[in-house]
Design a protein around this ligand. Structure first.
Ligand SMILES: Cc1cc2nc3c(=O)[nH]c(=O)nc-3n(C[C@H](O)[C@H](O)[C@H](O)COP(=O)(O)OP(=O)(O)OC[C@H]3O[C@@H](n4cnc5c(N)ncnc54)[C@H](O)[C@@H]3O)c2cc1C
Ligand SMILES: *[C@@H]1O[C@H](CO)[C@@H](O)[C@H](O)[C@H]1NC(C)=O
Ligand SMILES: *[C@@H]1O[C@H](CO)[C@@H](O)[C@H](O)[C@H]1NC(C)=O
Ligand SMILES: *[C@@H]1O[C@H](CO)[C@@H](O)[C@H](O)[C@H]1NC(C)=O
Ligand SMILES: *[C@@H]1O[C@H](CO)[C@@H](O)[C@H](O)[C@H]1NC(C)=O
Ligand SMILES: *[C@@H]1O[C@H](CO)[C@@H](O)[C@H](O)[C@H]1NC(C)=O
Ligand SMILES: *[C@@H]1O[C@H](CO)[C@@H](O)[C@H](O)[C@H]1NC(C)=O
Ligand SMILES: *[C@@H]1O[C@H](CO)[C@@H](O)[C@H](O)[C@H]1NC(C)=O
Ligand SMILES: *[C@@H]1O[C@H](CO)[C@@H](O)[C@H](O)[C@H]1NC(C)=O
Ligand SMILES: *[C@@H]1O[C@H](CO)[C@@H](O)[C@H](O)[C@H]1NC(C)=O
Ligand SMILES: *[C@@H]1O[C@H](CO)[C@@H](O)[C@H](O)[C@H]1NC(C)=O
Ligand SMILES: *[C@@H]1O[C@H](CO)[C@@H](O)[C@H](O)[C@H]1NC(C)=O
Ligand SMILES: *[C@@H]1O[C@H](CO)[C@@H](O)[C@H](O)[C@H]1NC(C)=O
Length: 603
């Protein structure tokens, strides 16, 4: 209740002509209108409460619950079971602080929607869409709330939450398309009926001896933003992007109608939803995706740990390794690498950072030993031969090979994001860039220069690895390079070997000016250092910097205008909106000083 009261006080009527109604506006639906909506969805309407409300004075105060919430705050499985739960709230408005210990922060919903339909079937979704349309209320679609750009958040909104649409995961030994549609796919398939996460699907796929193309982190949702925005994966190199695997979708449209989208029906919608991003064309409630035969993998893990060496020397060595990535990829390697603060490993070393990678190679059933031998000799000659002279002196080099009988053992041992990502944090920003072969091969000096820019401070101070992580996702190459029909991912994906992600953070108590400088430094200086090496490439829409002024071009490439035409066709009245999604330029949040506010038309 507290959150709601504060929202009522906070509102300021917008200067724009046409805005969606918020709780402080006279046009906000009455309690009886909400109650009627609740009846029409069989009581599944939730008046959303901030998760940590029990930490604050009021009827819900509970020291014991607050303790539990504080302990679970970094647990993304806990966060995603809560309607107000977000991995990366755009503004943190209800942290689990200890009020009795003297903190007197206020607790409000912030960017979380006011009401949530805990949908379990298509009719609930349609009822939410209709209500939002009829009452001019902002609508938000949420699955897990993992989105890094904040696209499943929305101040003053009604949320359609698809988490509990769970009509099962079904396996087809041989895929048979609906309605007699022709398909080129003669292999197996899974139909995923709702808000399942990759952890669910990995388990099911393993039990059928199949590999599916899914998230590096098991807590990401299957059918939502991940799949619709592209989806990179530890197995994508061998089978293509996750969105390339989609055979068929069931979609609730803005009109309320539920349709099938595949290569025969609603093909424009099918294409837009295969790579054009979630949240804006319709609500996907089921997806059928390819399932591939099981394979063995080998793995390689490398740690480069500076002992006496400084950060500059680590970046020199890292740039040299990265310049060989397309060679590794062409030899079958794929996986994830990082340059991360040594403090995360509780190491205290002068350089302040280490390089590490966990790569794998899928082994074909015929020619296994030749493939293994080839892969090992490429990695030994291209990477290890250059490193071993340093070992034991300036650096500690740890190189380990693994044999895995299956994808699952590869994933569980070294490929999955088993180290839980921090969640519930709003004091970080991410920017990504795709790298093609010419930007890597024989380009070590320029890559080193880029890393120097990234690890230098905007105020001209010395190189410093504090509060910066670089993820080097070697998830392209191989099948990712091959365009498939009916996809709308940024075509730059078809040249991508490496996706580089920079994550910068700032202290919780940083001043507004420091935060602003840090954000601008990432959006412009650091991101431009990546762009300078990768002309014509793009950023990954699902792992991107929303402040990027070239977001249309960087996220969608030349497909933007076509995607917008599909958006206009299927959602002519803009009932769906998310920040930086296709069509979002027609709307803007009037944020005032809070960082969020009413959603209004821009023209
Ligand atoms: C810990 C972590 C690990 C990650 N690992 C990877 C990775 O390995 N590979 C990768 O490619 N990405 C990864 N990502 C990024 C991920 O792809 C995005 O966060 C993605 O948006 C998550 O989709 P979601 O549906 O789970 O999240 P949500 O936040 O619920 O939704 C994301 C977007 O999709 C829309 N949406 C959700 N469900 C639907 C639906 N059913 N129909 C229509 N629109 C919908 C929402 O409106 C929103 O715009 C990771 C993110 C996190 C936080
Ligand atoms: C919707 O109805 C259910 C069941 O009657 C009730 O428990 C719930 O509190 C109602 N939701 C709202 C927002 O009033
Ligand atoms: C809050 O602080 C008080 C007093 O220091 C303590 O007794 C209580 O256990 C704390 N509660 C939580 C949830 O940490
Ligand atoms: C949660 O993560 C943050 C940031 O990584 C960390 O500072 C904090 O200690 C973590 N909290 C818990 C309870 O693990
Ligand atoms: C995270 O939360 C989920 C869901 O509440 C719970 O099942 C799991 O045990 C938690 N994990 C940890 C490490 O606390
Ligand atoms: C809350 O109060 C405790 C004890 O006074 C303090 O350690 C902590 O940093 C405070 N947290 C915030 C967010 O102000
Ligand atoms: C949502 O609905 C599901 C299924 O009916 C239920 O298990 C779950 O507890 C509900 N969640 C909330 C937050 O009400
Ligand atoms: C099937 O293959 C043909 C020929 O390559 C191609 O034209 C067609 O688009 C493919 N269909 C699908 C659904 O991918
Ligand atoms: C880092 O070490 C290298 C090699 O020892 C040296 O040439 C360089 O000057 C050092 N850089 C800094 C900033 O100390
Ligand atoms: C076997 O693998 C090697 C090394 O990858 C490759 O050069 C060769 O062409 C492969 N042979 C066959 C028949 O696939
Ligand atoms: C790294 O240092 C070596 C010698 O110190 C130098 O020749 C080379 O150009 C530097 N950069 C890279 C990327 O190797
Ligand atoms: C890096 O920056 C942090 C915090 O800004 C500071 O504490 C640390 O001393 C710096 N390290 C170096 C090597 O300059
Ligand atoms: C942040 O920086 C931008 C660009 O320099 C500026 O336009 C904006 O007003 C600043 N915002 C705040 C809150 O300081």
């Amino acid at each position: 209740m507290l959150g709601f009261t504060l929202l009522l006080l906070a509102g300021a009527q917008s200067v724009f002509a046409k805005c969606k109604c918020t709780p402080t506006d006279p046009c906000w639906p009455s309690l009886s209108a909400w109650s009627a909506l609740n009846t029409s969805v069989d009581g599944k309407l939730i008046h959303t409460q901030p998760i940590a409300e029990p930490c604050y004075p009021g009827a819900d105060y509970s020291n014991q619950l607050c303790q539990y919430i504080s302990d679970e705050w970094n647990n993304s499985s806990f966060i995603e079971l809560n309607p107000a739960g977000y991995c990366y709230p755009r503004v943190e408005t209800c942290p689990p602080v200890n009020i009795t210990a003297g903190n007197h922060t206020q607790c409000t919903l912030g960017t979380a929607p006011v009401y949530t339909i805990n949908a379990t079937e298509a009719e609930d979704v349609a009822a939410g869409i209709k209500f939002a349309q009829d009452n001019n209320v902002r609508l938000v679609i949420k699955n897990t709330g993992h989105d890094i750009v904040g696209r499943s958040q929305g101040y003053g909104a009604l949320m359609v939450w698809i988490k509990y649409i769970q009509s099962g995961v079904t396996f087809q030994e041989t895929y048979a398309p609906s309605n007699g549609c022709q398909s080129n796919w003669t292999g197996s398939a899974f139909t995923v009926g709702g808000g399942y996460i990759w952890d669910d699907l990995y388990t099911t796929a393993a039990s059928h001896d199949r590999i599916v193309v899914g998230g590096d982190d098991p807590t990401v949702g299957v059918i939502g933003g991940y799949l619709q925005g592209g989806g990179h994966s530890p197995s994508g190199h061998y089978f293509g992007l996750a969105t390339d695997q989609v055979l068929e979708l069931t979609v609730v449209l803005a009109s309320g109608e539920t349709v099938t989208a595949n290569a025969c029906q609603n093909t424009d919608l099918f294409t837009a939803l295969r790579g054009g991003g979630g949240g804006t064309y319709g609500v996907v409630i089921s997806a059928t995706i390819k399932a591939h035969p099981a394979h063995q993998f080998i793995g390689h893990r490398l740690y480069v740990i500076p002992q006496t060496a400084n950060l500059s020397t680590l970046l020199n060595i890292s740039a040299n390794i990265v310049s060989k990535y397309s060679i590794l990829s062409d030899a079958g390697f794929s996986g994830y690498a990082e340059i991360l603060p040594s403090s995360e490993l509780s190491l205290s070393i002068p350089a302040g950072a280490i390089y590490m990678h966990s790569f794998g190679v899928m082994i074909p059933s015929s020619n296994a030993s030749a493939t293994i031998q080839h892969a090992k000799s490429v990695l030994n000659s291209e990477i290890l031969a250059d490193l071993l002279p340093y070992n034991g002196s300036d650096f500690l080099i740890e190189s380990t090979w693994y044999n895995f009988p299956s994808f699952e053992s590869y994933y569980d041992t070294i490929a999955g994001g088993s180290s839980a990502e921090p969640t519930g944090v709003s004091d970080l920003l991410l920017s990504s860039r795709m790298f093609d072969k010419p930007s890597l091969l024989n380009n070590a000096d320029n890559l080193e220069g880029m890393l120097h820019t990234i690890f230098s401070k905007y105020d001209g101070g010395p190189l410093n690895a504090t509060d910066i992580v670089i993820y080097l996702c070697l998830i392209g190459g191989g099948q990712v390079l091959h365009p498939t029909p009916y996809t709308s991912v940024n075509p730059a994906w078809r040249k991508t070997y490496l996706l580089t992600e920079i994550i910068v953070g700032w202290p919780e108590d940083a001043s507004a000016q420091t935060v602003n400088h840090t954000i601008n430094d990432l959006t412009f200086r650091k991101s431009n250092a990546m762009k300078a090496l990768t002309p014509g490439m793009g950023s990954y829409v699902n792992e991107a910097d929303g402040y990027d002024p070239s977001w249309k071009e960087d996220f969608f490439g030349p497909n933007y205008d076509w995607l917008l035409s599909v958006k206009r066709k299927y959602d002519p009245d803009d009932v769906f909106y998310c920040w930086r999604c296709v069509g979002s330029e027609s709307w803007a949040e009037v944020t005032g000083g809070r960082g969020y506010g009413p959603l209004c038309q821009t023209s």
